[in-house]
Design a protein around this ligand. Structure first.
Ligand code: G1P
Length: 288
């Protein structure tokens, strides 16, 4: 039901300088895969086949990554290295990638609005912020869980998690009433409130399902926190005029927009890889 996924990917990634001076932050690898590829895999797992990427200057590596590299593939054809490209080749075959640029950094709301040209305004669509790396080992991915919830409620849904009270100032924070286990009807949303003014410690993380009427709401939203057009403010209006849900997802989220979170994710995936390597061969076969 959700066919398209939008990836706002125009940010500078200043927290990772100098690594991000000439390389998009979305291309930073956790083990051997760039962040944005984890996001695309999550979107495919949720049923999306059109990936709409809002990029900016200096982001061409993203476009090249989701394309065939004839020269490289010719070089490694028939060698043991060939298999290393199998996963990304599979993704390229399954999805269509479309791109547009956000020319000025005017906030997440503006980046999503720019994506209207790619996702259109007739269908619901997903949004993934690639620097929030999400996993749910052995279960459904976070976006897939949200897509299932969308089928029931057919309204905008944000992924949420409880964070320590002293960290709420880094997030969009929601206030709401629990209507079923882990599902909250949002009554208020605040972008990066002061820790002592936050309505709760339920923070929005970078997974959204949006209905196309959000574009009109964004268009009528004024710049908010830090002078930027915030999707949080548009969703607050949407919650007041209709319905927005916050979903406490099953799984784990790594804040790969910070060095600490990035290292945590790297350690987690490394441990998973080592565990996989040490499993008896018969177990591995069963999983396939
Ligand atoms: C964005 C959103 C914020 C959300 C966060 C999740 O902020 O504006 O509401 O909680 O992503 O990662 P950013 O971290 O891009 O400043």
């Amino acid at each position: 039901m959700i066919h398209k996924c939008l990836f706002p990917a125009a940010g500078y990634g200043t927290r990772f300088l100098p690594a991000t001076k000439a390389m998009p932050k979305e291309m930073l690898p956790v083990l051997t895969k760039p962040l944005i590829q984890y996001g695309v895999e999550e979107a495919v797992d949720a049923g999306c086949e059109i990936m709409a990427v809002v990029t900016g200057r200096g982001k061409r590596a993203i476009t090249d990554h989701f394309d065939i590299s004839y020269e490289l593939e010719h070089q490694i054809k028939g060698t043991s290295k060939e298999g290393l490209l199998a996963e990304i080749r599979g993704l390229i075959e399954k999805c269509t990638f479309t791109y547009t640029r956000q020319n000025e950094m005017k906030g997440l709301g503006d980046a999503i609005y720019k994506g209207k040209a790619l996702v259109g305004d007739t269908e619901p669509f997903a949004v993934i912020l690639a620097d929030d790396l999400c996993v749910n080992a052995g279960g459904d991915g976070i976006l897939k869980q949200m897509a299932q919830l969308y089928r029931k409620y057919k309204c905008c849904i944000v992924a949420a998690m409880e964070v320590p009270h002293e960290e709420v100032h880094k997030y969009g924070v929601i206030e709401g009433k629990e209507i079923e286990e882990g599902v909250y009807m949002v009554s208020n949303m605040v972008e990066k409130p002061d820790n002592d003014k936050a309505p709760s410690n339920l923070a929005v993380i970078g997974r959204y399902i949006l209905t196309p009427d959000i574009f009109e709401v964004i268009r009528n939203t004024k710049p908010g926190k830090n002078g930027e057009l915030q999707i949080t403010d548009a969703l607050k209006t949407q919650a007041e005029q209709g319905m927005v849900l916050a979903y406490k997802f099953k799984g784990r989220r790594f804040d790969c927009g910070s060095v600490e979170g990035f290292v945590e994710a790297t350690n987690y995936f490394y441990d998973q890889m080592k565990k996989g390597e040490s499993e008896p061969v018969s177990e591995k076969k069963k999983k396939k």
